[in-house]
Design a protein around this ligand. Structure first.
Ligand SMILES: Cc1cc2nc3c(=O)[nH]c(=O)nc-3n(C[C@H](O)[C@H](O)[C@H](O)COP(=O)(O)OP(=O)(O)OC[C@H]3O[C@@H](n4cnc5c(N)ncnc54)[C@H](O)[C@@H]3O)c2cc1C
Length: 328
């Protein structure tokens, strides 16, 4: 094995995020294409992470658990320096991170620390003539670049919900504890995290079920109806860009090419026409249900189940039936 790929497995409050499994899956697939590289998953935390060893089943040959008080509350400098040190110690030729808020903060720091070019927001990784190449959208998703970085290590962030987590057939592994060298006093300290107003219990990019609303909802006040359906299903609420641009919903709710990419088991599109830019963010959902009063709406071409009808009649009826079935 000539290559070592480091996969940053993000955790929040002691639990691995879905992106951790995606990044390790992508690293394992890349390792195969390279003809057999070692995949080292690295988890940074203040304490042991219960399910870190599970990353072995997704293709990590080794799981390194870096713990220390210096990492409390996401300390960007300490995280970046620890990843740099591990990269150098292991002679890693590639480092993959999620294109999450944390990954987007860490990757440029690592690019500077490791003197390596960064390819951000990748949607595919491949090998060309022995070198790693990455595909990433440009011009707001209107085109794609295939990038072959020159010099340094291969450093990339991976778009969430694109690299589907897949078990590799490997077994869970026992994490190896690792302590980075003494940390210097941090120059940036994270003092607090303030959740956005009205923040939901289910995060959109991690949700298993999403109820999404479009311009067909007619106004912000009618999203209460979608919140109710989402509540009955334990789902997150998303929106089309038309709705976000109109100021009915916050930008964080936007699904699509210039919003979030989601891949839930069930996506219910309510009053959404199905523009290509919306589909770009949700077409990999396992089951898509579309409710639209126009039977010609493009969303029906992609939908697993289509309901031609008025959202103001269909959605409350659906919520009532789900509640009845669940006895809630
Ligand atoms: C560069 C670029 C990036 C973009 N990025 C995104 C993106 O990230 N995400 C995104 O969503 N869009 C994006 N767009 C915008 C996209 O092209 C569409 O304009 C947008 O998705 C339309 O939103 P909509 O489906 O809610 O509205 P509309 O297209 O207006 O559709 C509303 C639908 O509601 C139906 N309807 C109306 N009343 C009812 C009712 N009572 N019951 C049932 N159905 C009803 C109508 O039949 C219609 O199909 C982008 C565009 C560009 C140019």
């Amino acid at each position: 094995m000539s290559h070592t790929i480091l996969a940053f497995a993000e955790q929040r409050d002691g639990t691995l995020k879905k992106s951790a499994f995606e990044v390790v899956t992508a690293a394992a697939a890349l390792a195969k294409k390279l003809g057999g590289a070692k995949v080292v998953a690295v988890v940074i935390a203040t304490q042991a992470i219960g399910n870190a060893g599970e990353l072995g089943a997704f293709g990590a040959d080794e799981v390194v658990l870096a713990t220390g008080d210096a990492f409390a509350g996401y300390a960007p400098g300490a995280y970046a320096r620890a990843l740099k040190e591990l990269c150098e110690q292991r002679g890693a030729s590639a480092l993959l991170l999620p294109h999450s808020a944390q990954g987007k903060d860490l990757a440029p720091r690592l690019s500077a620390l490791l003197l390596s070019p960064l390819v951000a927001d990748c949607v595919a990784l491949d090998v060309d003539g022995g070198a790693i190449v990455a595909r990433r959208p440009v011009y707001a998703g209107k085109a794609f670049w295939t990038v072959k970085p020159k010099g340094g290590r291969f450093l990339a962030t991976l778009r969430p919900n694109v690299f589907t987590p897949a078990k590799s057939g490997g077994a869970p592994v026992s994490p190896t504890s690792w302590q980075p060298s003494a940390q210097r006093a941090p120059r940036v300290v994270l003092k607090s995290v303030i959740a956005p107003e009205g923040s939901k219990s289910v995060e959109l990019t991690e949700a298993d079920v999403i109820v999404s609303g479009g311009r067909g909802m007619k106004g912000p006040e009618h999203f209460a109806m979608l919140e109710e359906l989402a509540g009955a299903l334990g789902a997150a609420v998303g929106a089309s860009r038309a709705v976000v641009d109109a100021g009915w919903r916050p930008h964080g709710d936007q699904v699509g090419q210039t919003g979030k990419t989601v891949s839930p088991n069930l996506y219910i599109a309510c009053g959404i026409s199905g523009a290509i830019q919306h589909l770009a963010g949700m077409s990999s959902s396992r089951v898509i249900v579309a409710i639209n009063k126009d039977k010609e709406a493009p969303i029906f071409k992609l939908a697993t189940y289509g309901i031609v009808g008025d959202v103001f009649e269909v959605v409350p009826a659906l919520t009532a039936e789900i509640r009845k079935a669940k006895g809630t």
